[in-house]
Design a binder for this molecule. Structure first.
Ligand code: GDP
Ligand code: MG
Length: 437
């Protein structure tokens, strides 16, 4: 993937005391190849690397003390600039503020409608209403209702009406009547760009004149994403882009291309199927991620948001006193489960992506871990060091797992305790150093 490729390309420079013009040329060539592999448009990739090369030579990379680091910085800064400046929020000036979702079928509109409603409710104390305008698939209406229920946000739908424009208008009227200050309109997409879909979304757009029109795109669609973005932008002149499914293996080639082609800000990213898996888009963090440094800041933020602070403080004390036990570990698992799936989270840790490839970390893995912990006595849970071979055998039997798995869990637990201690003492710095290798 792109991050690995860039990693490799930049590795040549990292730590090298000397750098030659040939070196710069070779590195930029590698960077370009990496961008192309990540489905970045050829022209964009070429312009990008030319700019990097110019900057590198202009800033006298060749004679600087740490040319590798300077080069990495130039690539990162350029990448950040390419994906947009500072993140721009959603326009919430209307009363109600109307937000229209657009995009192909399967891009993640319905899921994101829910995530955004949840986000605005929690972060901005808004009182949103979701409106179901996908009239072609009854299941789509059901889906939005399920989402609404999950996050405690009401959904307006009208199964007897097959005119999305009328439903959208009725939804806004209902919001006004009932005092909702945000209305999120979920629409129908089709598998590919066609006239019918474009006419329909354009009709809705004209009829309701939303404060914010968002284009939702699956980040895994690569080059096609650019063409789709262009088609929607030609018709809607949308305000922002939502990049979904960034939890997968893709590394944001789409982000780079779309921003360059339609010149609209990417506002949010989707990083999982759960309602909490939404993040504000920060170009510099995305650049870090693309460059393989991992999105540590997002990870930390997300963790902070979900962890009960009081609980966290208690745990910190325990870690400091070496009293962190399996009961606490169980509590942590519950928290992690709330945050989204394990792979998403681990994927944000630098270096972990590679290590986890091929490993099957699904939520089922938690069930096994929980079973093992439940088979321990309270005393064993607080004093894992007591677990000798015979105790391990008993626990394995009790939980219906293999002794090997018990051992593995103990090892993981041990590593985790160490890591947490490190995060505490010496702050995040040590952790970052360890992670970035
Ligand atoms: P729509 O047709 O545009 O409304 O798309 P949906 O919201 O129904 O999403 C299509 C599929 O993608 C569903 O299975 C979602 O659970 C999934 N999905 C949406 N966003 C994300 C995301 O950020 N990450 C992952 N892994 N899956 C997502
Ligand atoms: Mg949908």
């Amino acid at each position: 993937n792109l991050s690995e490729k860039l990693d490799k390309a930049l590795h040549v420079l990292k730590g090298h005391g000397q750098i030659t013009e040939i070196n710069v040329a070779e590195t930029t060539k590698e960077v370009r190849r990496a961008l192309l592999d990540a489905d970045v448009n050829f022209k964009i990739a070429k312009e990008f690397t030319n700019r990097v090369k110019e900057k590198a030579l202009g800033q006298n990379v060749l004679s600087s003390l740490q040319p590798g680091q300077l080069m990495v910085k130039i690539v990162k800064d350029e990448l950040t600039a390419l994906m947009g400046g500072d993140s721009e929020g959603i326009n919430l000036s209307g009363n109600p503020s109307v937000i229209l979702m657009s995009g192909l079928q399967g891009s993640g509109k319905t899921t994101f409608s829910g995530k955004l409603a949840n986000f605005l409710k929690k972060k901005k104390s808004k009182n949103p209403l979701l409106v179901a305008c996908d009239v072609y698939r009854p299941a789509a209406i059901d889906q939005l209702h399920v989402v609404g229920e999950q996050i405690g946000v009401p959904v307006y739908s009208d199964r007897d009406n097959n005119d999305p424009v009328a439903i959208a208008k009725a939804g806004i009227a209902k919001a006004k009547a009932e005092g909702h200050n945000v209305v999120i309109i979920d629409t129908a997409g089709r598998l590919a760009v066609d006239e019918k879909m474009m006419n329909e979304i354009s009709d809705i757009h004209k009829a309701i004149n939303p404060q914010e029109t968002l284009f939702v795109v699956d980040s895994m669609t690569g080059q096609d994403a650019v063409n789709t973005a262009k088609a929607f932008n030609d018709v809607l002149n949308f305000d922002g882009v939502i990049l979904t499914k960034l939890d997968g293996d893709t590394r944001g080639g789409a982000a780079i291309s779309i921003k360059s082609v339609v010149n609209k800000p990417i506002k949010f990213i989707g990083t999982g199927e759960k309602m909490e898996a939404i993040d504000i888009f920060y170009p510099s963090r995305m650049a870090d991620r693309i460059l393989g440094m991992g999105d540590v800041v997002s990870l930390v933020e997300r963790a902070q948001e979900q962890f009960d602070e009081e609980e966290a403080r208690k745990i910190q004390k325990k870690i400091a006193k070496n009293k962190f036990g399996f009961d606490d570990f169980l509590g942590q698992i519950q928290q992690i489960k709330k945050m989204g799936n394990m792979k998403d989270l681990m994927g944000m840790i630098p270096g972990a992506g590679k290590a986890l490839k091929g490993l099957d970390i699904d939520d089922d893995a938690f069930k096994h871990i929980e079973a093992i912990i439940y088979s321990m006595t309270p005393d064993e849970r607080s004093n894992p060091s007591k677990l000798d071979a015979s105790r391990k055998r008993r626990i394995a039997k009790g939980s219906g797992r293999e002794v090997q798995e018990v051992n593995q869990l103990l090892k993981q637990f041990d590593q985790m305790s160490k890591m947490m201690k490190m995060m505490q003492g010496g702050g995040g710095k040590k952790m970052m150093q360890m992670m970035s290798g």
